[in-house]
Each structure stands twice: as structure tokens, then as C-alpha cells.
Design a protein around this ligand. Structure first.
Ligand code: KIV
Ligand code: ZN
Length: 527
């Protein structure tokens, strides 16, 4: 095989390329990641970004699981201008009816139904015989189709199902009115060749398969989610289910940014295209990471901090001569802008708003004003304000705008004489409360003061600090994870003062925990 050297960054020529639709499930499967949870406002913010970046279908949640999920799906359905909005439902009447009610106001509503089809799941999880599952497929799709036109049906644990039974279920779902058929690799067990053949086989065996779009949904338990997704497309799937940053149950789902860029960079081998504006991928990654408080690993493909960094002298030399030597795509093509000196304390509101726009943020008037006040404060305290500083500040503002508990003031006495002392004032549901506490170090003292003002039984599982940029005046970004009764949440806080950032992160976690407490798991139902 001769390697084709791409010395320019021009796109390879596109021939007979077929469209693959992108179904984003960051707000449903992604939000099921242990430790991740988003508030109502955060979900709306993510949904809007997904909509403008060109996602075709946004799975906004699982409406039966909680009032909060129902409200979020309804609000997203009402407000999006372009994408289809899907809600997830099991095969039970009340799941379906609730889901239909939530997506009803969308421009293009979709109900996404699922039921397990593997022998293991049917026997142990559903405790049903295959013929009963088959009946439920027809019943549930028929009911959903009477409420909404666009029905997707998923065979949960599809890759461990018996092929003949799977085909009968797919045929029944299409017969009853499903127009999208998803065959998930629920437990991330498949290997690429096998997954491709599965699609080829089902499409060939099911007589009415030409009446539906086939869909891939891959989990990453063996690190194969993206490879399997591409193989599924080659097997005939034309819908990809994925999440930003690969968030999702356990090891996550296929990462949208990786699938989309693989299709774009290697269109010479994979003649498929999507409608995604790839220059928004980095912004989407940052927003999802900020609101879910899930850090993106440094070496993550496409959106990791090191994805376009060149450390070795040989690589740097090659890059200077021709960027194509070590870069298969440009940083600009995924929305990475070079770190730049942005603004100082004399910059005005207009320049600030324009700069945020350039970074991909559109804030409402109140949020913009609050972010501007914080920017002025930051510019007073920090000599150089970088793009990363602004992103951390605005992400922090977005993530915490609707918090019930807010930090008002913190004063810490630290040094060689212990115990250290923290005097803290919080605004809790509009009422200011102050407490002074001591501790073994300034962070401990600060956290003790928070605990005294907001008593709780949550356990601190993670406390992590990193600098947003270089220099001793860099902003600190702190992550805090709290666990309570089997539920865990992670949240971040940013500030040039590490103790203030720590307090913000702890308070943000408590706010998220309050949201999570109101969200029950659906009771176990055998459908
Ligand atoms: O992984 C899975 O099987 C799912 C279904 C609900 C589609 O997320
Ligand atoms: Zn899944």
C-alpha cells in the first residue's frame, strides 16, 4: 500500500458521499454517566448549542424518570428551531404517554422506544418469554405511533441477541410503524467486523428493512465505540447515536467529535458526510465538560488539550516546514483558536461581548452583565487575561447562574499557626448566613464552614485543583465530587484565589446534589 501524503490541509475529494444523520444523546445517555448531572438551564444551553451546530436529532431525556427530566424535555422541545427532539420510553403505556406529552411541542417530535432482545436480558431483567417481548414490540410501537409520527425502536443488548429473534422484532417494529431501527451495542461487547456484519445480515433478512433507517449506538467498554460506529455505517446504518466527549453509561458512548472528524478526514475511505459544523466541536466539548463537570482527558482525540500540541523537537521542526507533517486536520477545523492575549481592565462591555461571541458564547443580558463584572474583577487582579481565563469564567457563570446556594464572601486566615480559620457568608435561597470555622489547613476550614451552613451527609470523593493557564496569578479550577446514598455529583469552580475556587466548587456540588435528590430512578419495570 502506498501512503498518500497530504501536504496541504485541503479536504480530500468527495465522491458519491452519503448523508449520515447525527443523533446526540449527551442529555440522556450522557447524563446517565455516574457523577454527571445537569440542571434544567444547563440542559437547555447544551441543547441550543447542539441545535446550532447541526445535530439532526437531540435526545433530550427520559421523561418518565422524573419531573425534572419531563420539564427539561418539554422545554427543549418547545424552544428548538431546527433539530428533531426525542424522548426515551420503555415499552409501557405510561412511559409512552408521558414521553409523547413531553416531546409534543417540538417542531419534529420523536419517541424512542426500547426493549431488551437478548436471551440474558429477557430471562433475568425482563423475566419474559421471547414471544411476550415480540408482542410488546408491536403493542408499544403501535401505541407510540398513534401519538407521534416519528418512532425509533431500539433492541437493547442487540449485539448479544439471537439473530433470527432480533430480525423478527425488527420486522414487527417496522410493521407497526417505526421508521428508525437502532441496534445498540449496549454493553460495548462487539468488535467492528461483527457489528458491520450484524447490520448487513439484519438488513438482508428483514423483508421490510428498506422502510427504515438503521442506527448505531455503541458503548465504549472495550474502547471500540467509535470503530464499531464506523463499521456499523459501512454495514448500512445511516444514523449515528453519540455524545459530546463520549460521555455515557460506564465507559461512555461513541464520541461525536471523533465519529464526525473520522468521516470528514477519511472521506477518501468512508464516503459519508454529516451536517455538523465541525468548527463548533471544541466549544461543545468545553460547554459539556463545564456543565457536567466531567474533565476532558488531555490526550483525548480531537478535543483534548494536547490533541494539537507538538512537544518533540523533531515534530516541531516538521510542523514549521509543513503542518501536514504531523497534523491530519487543522486545529481551526475543530474550532481550536490559538491562545491569545485578549483584554485588559480597560476593555469595555462591547469588546467583552464581541470577544465572547468569537469564543462561541451568546449570553443573555443578565448573564452578560454578571460575567462582565467578574471579568473586570479578574482583570484587576490578573496581569494577563487569556481566552482560557474568559472561557473558565463564563463556564463558571453559566453553570452556577441558577444555584440555590451562592458564595457571598470568604475570608481565610492561613499560615504556619494552626488551626486555620475561615469566615464564610453564603446566600441560601435569598437569605444571607455567616459562619466561622477552623480546620486542618485553609481548605478544610473553608469546607467546615460550608458544612456548618449547609449540613449534609455527602462524602467528599474528589478534590482536584488545576491551573487554567500559566503563571502564579493563573486562575485555579477546582473539581469537587460528592457522593450521597449511591448518587454522586461533580462540579467545578474557578477563581484566581484557590480557596475561593475550592469554595465555589464545593458549593456547586451541593447545588447539584439538591437537584439530583429530586430525581428518582424509575422503578424496576419488566418491559
Ligand atoms: O445502550 C443502550 O442500549 C441504550 C438504549 C436505551 C438505546 O442506551
Ligand atoms: Zn446506551
Amino acid at each position: 500500500m502506498t501512503a498518500q501524503v497530504n501536504t496541504s490541509h485541503a479536504e480530500p475529494k468527495l465522491q458519491n458521499s452519503e448523508r449520515v444523520v447525527i443523533f446526540d444523546t449527551t442529555l440522556r445517555d450522557g447524563e446517565q454517566s455516574p457523577g454527571a448531572s445537569m440542571t434544567f438551564e444547563e440542559k437547555l444551553q447544551v441543547a441550543h448549542l447542539l441545535d446550532i451546530m447541526g445535530v439532526d436529532i437531540i435526545e433530550a431525556g427520559f421523561p418518565i424518570t422524573s419531573e425534572g427530566d419531563f420539564e427539561a424535555v418539554s422545554a427543549i422541545a418547545k424552544s428548538l428551531k431546527r433539530a428533531s427532539v426525542a424522548g426515551l420510553a420503555r415499552s409501557a403505556a405510561r412511559d409512552i404517554d408521558r414521553c409523547a406529552e413531553a416531546v409534543r411541542k417540538a417542531l419534529r417530535p420523536r419517541i424512542h422506544l426500547f426493549i431488551s432482545t437478548s436471551p440474558l436480558h429477557m430471562k433475568f431483567k425482563l423475566q419474559k418469554e421471547p414471544h411476550q417481548v415480540l408482542e410488546l414490540v408491536t403493542e408499544s410501537v403501535t401505541r407510540a405511533r398513534n401519538l407521534v409520527d416519528d418512532i425509533e425502536w431500539s433492541a437493547e443488548d442487540g449485539t448479544r441477541s439471537e439473530i433470527d429473534f432480533l430480525c423478527r422484532c425488527v420486522e414487527a417494529a417496522i410493521e407497526a410503524g417505526a421508521t428508525t431501527i437502532n441496534i445498540p451495542d449496549t454493553v460495548g461487547y462487539a468488535v467492528p467486523h461483527e457489528y458491520r456484519v450484524l447490520f448487513e445480515t439484519v438488513r438482508a433478512k428483514v423483508p421490510n428493512s428498506d422502510k427504515a433507517v438503521f442506527s448505531v449506538h455503541c458503548h465504549n467498554d472495550l474502547g471500540l465505540a467509535v470503530a464499531n460506529t464506523l463499521a456499523g455505517i459501512e454495514g448500512g446504518a445511516r444514523q449515528v447515536e453519540c455524545t459530546i466527549n463520549g460521555m455515557g453509561e460506564r465507559a461512555g458512548n461513541a464520541a461525536m467529535e471523533e465519529v464526525v472528524m473520522a468521516l470528514r478526514v477519511r472521506r477518501d475511505h468512508l464516503a459519508y458526510h454529516t451536517n455538523i459544523d465541525t468548527t463548533m466541536l471544541t466549544r461543545a466539548s468545553k460547554l459539556v465538560s463545564a456543565v457536567s463537570s466531567f474533565p476532558v482527558q488531555y490526550n483525548k482525540a480531537i478535543v483534548g488539550r494536547n490533541a494539537f500540541a507538538h512537544e518533540s523537537g523533531i515534530h516541531q521542526d516538521g510542523m514549521l516546514k509543513n503542518a501536514g507533517t504531523y497534523e491530519i486536520m487543522t486545529p481551526e477545523s475543530v474550532g481550536v483558536s490559538k491562545t491569545s492575549l485578549v483584554m485588559g481592565k480597560h476593555s469595555g462591555r462591547h469588546a467583552f461581548k464581541e470577544k465572547l461571541k468569537e469564543l462561541g458564547y451568546e449570553l443573555g443580558d443578565n448573564a452578560l452583565e454578571e460575567a462582565f463584572v467578574r471579568f473586570k474583577d479578574l482583570a484587576d487582579r490578573k496581569k494577563i487575561v487569556y481566552d482560557e481565563d474568559l472561557a473558565a469564567l463564563v463556564d463558571d457563570e453559566i453553570a452556577h447562574a441558577h444555584d440555590r446556594i451562592k458564595l457571598v464572601a470568604l475570608m481565610v486566615i492561613a499560615g504556619t499557626n494552626s488551626p486555620q480559620t475561615a469566615a464564610l457568608t453564603l446566600d441560601i435561597d435569598g437569605e444571607q448566613r455567616t459562619h466561622q470555622a477552623t480546620g486542618n489547613g485553609p481548605v478544610d476550614a473553608t469546607f467546615n464552614a460550608i458544612h456548618a451552613l449547609v449540613p449534609h451527609k455527602a462524602v467528599l470523593e474528589l478534590f482536584q485543583v488545576h491551573a487554567v493557564t500559566q503563571g502564579t496569578d493563573a486562575q485555579a479550577e477546582v473539581s469537587v465530587r460528592l457522593a450521597e446514598g449511591g448518587k454522586s455529583v461533580t462540579a467545578k469552580g474557578a477563581d484566581p484565589d484557590t480557596l475561593v475556587a475550592s469554595a465555589r466548587a464545593y458549593i456547586a456540588s451541593l447545588n447539584k446534589l439538591m437537584v439530583k435528590r429530586g430525581k428518582q430512578r424509575p422503578e424496576v419495570m419488566t418491559v
